[in-house]
Design a protein around this ligand. Sequence first.
Ligand SMILES: Cc1cc2nc3c(=O)[nH]c(=O)nc-3n(C[C@H](O)[C@H](O)[C@H](O)COP(=O)(O)OP(=O)(O)OC[C@H]3O[C@@H](n4cnc5c(N)ncnc54)[C@H](O)[C@@H]3O)c2cc1C
Ligand SMILES: *[C@@H]1O[C@H](CO)[C@@H](O)[C@H](O)[C@H]1NC(C)=O
Ligand SMILES: *[C@@H]1O[C@H](CO)[C@@H](O)[C@H](O)[C@H]1NC(C)=O
Ligand SMILES: *[C@@H]1O[C@H](CO)[C@@H](O)[C@H](O)[C@H]1NC(C)=O
Ligand SMILES: *[C@@H]1O[C@H](CO)[C@@H](O)[C@H](O)[C@H]1NC(C)=O
Ligand SMILES: *[C@@H]1O[C@H](CO)[C@@H](O)[C@H](O)[C@H]1NC(C)=O
Ligand SMILES: *[C@@H]1O[C@H](CO)[C@@H](O)[C@H](O)[C@H]1NC(C)=O
Ligand SMILES: *[C@@H]1O[C@H](CO)[C@@H](O)[C@H](O)[C@H]1NC(C)=O
Ligand SMILES: *[C@@H]1O[C@H](CO)[C@@H](O)[C@H](O)[C@H]1NC(C)=O
Ligand SMILES: *[C@@H]1O[C@H](CO)[C@@H](O)[C@H](O)[C@H]1NC(C)=O
Ligand SMILES: *[C@@H]1O[C@H](CO)[C@@H](O)[C@H](O)[C@H]1NC(C)=O
Ligand SMILES: *[C@@H]1O[C@H](CO)[C@@H](O)[C@H](O)[C@H]1NC(C)=O
Length: 545
Amino acid sequence: MHSLARFATLLAAASSAAGLAVPLEQRSTGTCRKTKVAVIGAGVAGVTAAQALHNASISDFLLVERNDYLGGRVAHTTFGAIDGNASNPYTVELGANWVQGLGSPGGPENPIWTLAKRYGLNNTYSNYSSMLTYDQTGYVDYTDLLDDYDDMYDIAAADAGFLLSNNRQDPSARAGFSLAGWKPKKDMHAQAVEFWNWDWETAYAPEDCSFVFGITGNNLTFNQFSDANNYVWDQRGLNTFIYGEASTFLAENDPRLLLNSTVTNITYSDSGVTVTLEDGDCIEAEHAICTVSLGVLQNDVIEFSPPLPRWKVDAIESFEMGTYTKIFFQFNETFWDEEMQFLLYADPQVRGYYPVWQSLDAPGFLEGSHILFVTVVGSESYRVEQQSDEVTQAEAMAVLRSMFPNITVPEPTAFLYPRWSLEDWAFGSYSNWPVGMTLEKHQNLRANVGRLWFAGEANSAEYFGFMHGAWFEGREVASRVATVLSGTTTKKNKSKKTKQGGDHNASSWDMLRYEVLHGTTTLNEYNYENGWPVSSFVDYDSDSD
Ligand SMILES: Cc1cc2nc3c(=O)[nH]c(=O)nc-3n(C[C@H](O)[C@H](O)[C@H](O)COP(=O)(O)OP(=O)(O)OC[C@H]3O[C@@H](n4cnc5c(N)ncnc54)[C@H](O)[C@@H]3O)c2cc1C
Ligand SMILES: *[C@@H]1O[C@H](CO)[C@@H](O)[C@H](O)[C@H]1NC(C)=O
Ligand SMILES: *[C@@H]1O[C@H](CO)[C@@H](O)[C@H](O)[C@H]1NC(C)=O
Ligand SMILES: *[C@@H]1O[C@H](CO)[C@@H](O)[C@H](O)[C@H]1NC(C)=O
Ligand SMILES: *[C@@H]1O[C@H](CO)[C@@H](O)[C@H](O)[C@H]1NC(C)=O
Ligand SMILES: *[C@@H]1O[C@H](CO)[C@@H](O)[C@H](O)[C@H]1NC(C)=O
Ligand SMILES: *[C@@H]1O[C@H](CO)[C@@H](O)[C@H](O)[C@H]1NC(C)=O
Ligand SMILES: *[C@@H]1O[C@H](CO)[C@@H](O)[C@H](O)[C@H]1NC(C)=O
Ligand SMILES: *[C@@H]1O[C@H](CO)[C@@H](O)[C@H](O)[C@H]1NC(C)=O
Ligand SMILES: *[C@@H]1O[C@H](CO)[C@@H](O)[C@H](O)[C@H]1NC(C)=O
Ligand SMILES: *[C@@H]1O[C@H](CO)[C@@H](O)[C@H](O)[C@H]1NC(C)=O
Ligand SMILES: *[C@@H]1O[C@H](CO)[C@@H](O)[C@H](O)[C@H]1NC(C)=O
């Protein structure tokens, strides 16, 4: 398919620092390679898991990745031209771009921020006040609605905190916002403001989002670390930090890193896990850590034998995989305000139609680049990702021309966008917490199935959707596996029920899981075992109960 081939090419261009992996032809064939731990996927979670194994003195692992680069959804490509020189293009990020929530002196720090600093990644604070508002008639100032939204959000955040800490039922973010007095309805300016504040982060409209976990997730990243989002524009690519960390435990041509290796089957039993690759090769491991995206799991790319149990499949099918699409343009001049970082467009008919435009020409970014990109999410992403470049470019250019009615907007000199929803190693951009998913059910997404373990962005109850969520889960699961391998946890047949029935009968190393789910999750279950190490309740007003 055209778009897939195009994206594969983009990502091939994105691969850098080759030399960490062993060439395919040097691999053994016929018999299975044996290892203690097979780590599937070399994105943030997989590389962090492998590093955590290394740190726990487990050197016998294999890191298996279908693409030919490290980073997964942290992926960049070359784009356009610097000073019109086509052999000297810019680097733009197709996937993750911001370090979200940095850290404050004396407080906890986002581990991705630690790494961004360690590798000196060029980045700039995203100033969300550096924004102008537009609609189909051109520039129109509706920034007063931003204040209305903020007033509502303060009420909604406190309300969501009350619901969580009092174990009340979780409504949709839409219902929560309406209850807090925000009803954008047919006001397309208000809809654009809502998109800017909500969908642009979650990749879903408020109708499709958990109210409590949407707001809690926001709190845990931005209140715990800091409220800043820093945009990485480093020309080496954001995955420089992943290569940097990988090089602390993988040698040049390290035979433990298998790139270009697509997993097709995972067979697991009480005695081990067999991982089969597309080319017929196989790996026999004592344990496997699967870090493929929620989208990959939902699309049955990998065949599990025996099939994953009902409690696991239910969790996989219940959580949401969103899509977030950045559409890049380079022009021969900057016809928009050179000082501004963002332009927000309210379409008169369709909510989320080419809504958030971002200038990389702004001070502190790629100054003089004349690069703009527009982001669509959700249903608009699915629509746009299935159409040709030509159609999308024409639609977006028509929007841009309506935003600048008095300017002759030139045709772009470069144009490009990825198709995340169609990539069969991602099937979307990042996960989102839907209405009706409890912490218990989310825990089932995290829990191991015997010797088969799961990690990745979606498995973080606190930081789902973020690079730091992938980092924490990769470290967490690998350290559990390391503990099992070190023999300090013995496999015993114990049957333990937690207060609300977490099911613990298979073996003592099992993570908590819930074969019988309850309507809500009691407050005492918001604990480390369920992926909730941080107490977020200290500020809650619980005497209104
Ligand atoms: C467009 C976009 C924007 C984003 N913006 C941000 C942001 O600004 N800030 C932020 O913090 N996060 C952002 N994210 C989210 C962030 O990228 C992810 O949370 C994180 O990178 C996920 O890491 P992971 O290791 O869990 O998964 P992945 O990166 O998906 O890693 C899984 C790996 O498994 C491999 N794989 C899949 N199938 C197979 C198979 N069958 N066999 C072998 N290997 C396989 C994949 O190739 C991949 O490398 C964004 C993501 C996207 C797509
Ligand atoms: C992976 O495949 C690509 C494209 O086929 C090739 O260029 C590259 O050398 C391969 N890398 C490895 C490590 O096998
Ligand atoms: C592994 O140890 C190194 C060195 O102490 C540290 O920088 C890194 O963060 C550790 N990795 C994990 C995943 O814990
Ligand atoms: C264009 O860029 C290439 C690669 O950086 C460089 O070698 C070349 O000299 C540049 N050409 C001009 C005219 O500057
Ligand atoms: C953010 O942008 C606004 C509007 O341009 C400006 O007034 C403010 O000083 C900027 N803040 C920072 C921290 O740069
Ligand atoms: C465009 O020009 C017309 C006529 O001069 C003017 O009335 C209008 O305000 C301008 N629009 C914008 C968005 O600048
Ligand atoms: C989010 O943080 C705000 C401000 O600290 C707090 O009032 C609210 O209760 C929190 N809500 C949730 C759901 O965590
Ligand atoms: C980082 O920013 C500096 C200062 O603008 C610039 O000179 C350098 O080329 C940038 N490096 C990369 C890798 O982007
Ligand atoms: C792998 O899964 C495919 C279906 O996806 C199946 O046809 C095949 O028999 C499986 N192979 C092994 C080795 O289990
Ligand atoms: C950009 O291109 C347009 C034609 O598409 C032209 O009219 C304009 O003068 C060019 N701008 C510059 C700065 O060269
Ligand atoms: C645990 O005990 C039950 C019966 O009490 C048995 O059916 C099951 O196979 C045992 N499981 C393990 C892992 O030993
Ligand atoms: C746990 O025990 C219950 C009751 O004996 C049983 O129904 C269930 O299948 C067991 N689960 C596992 C994973 O063995």
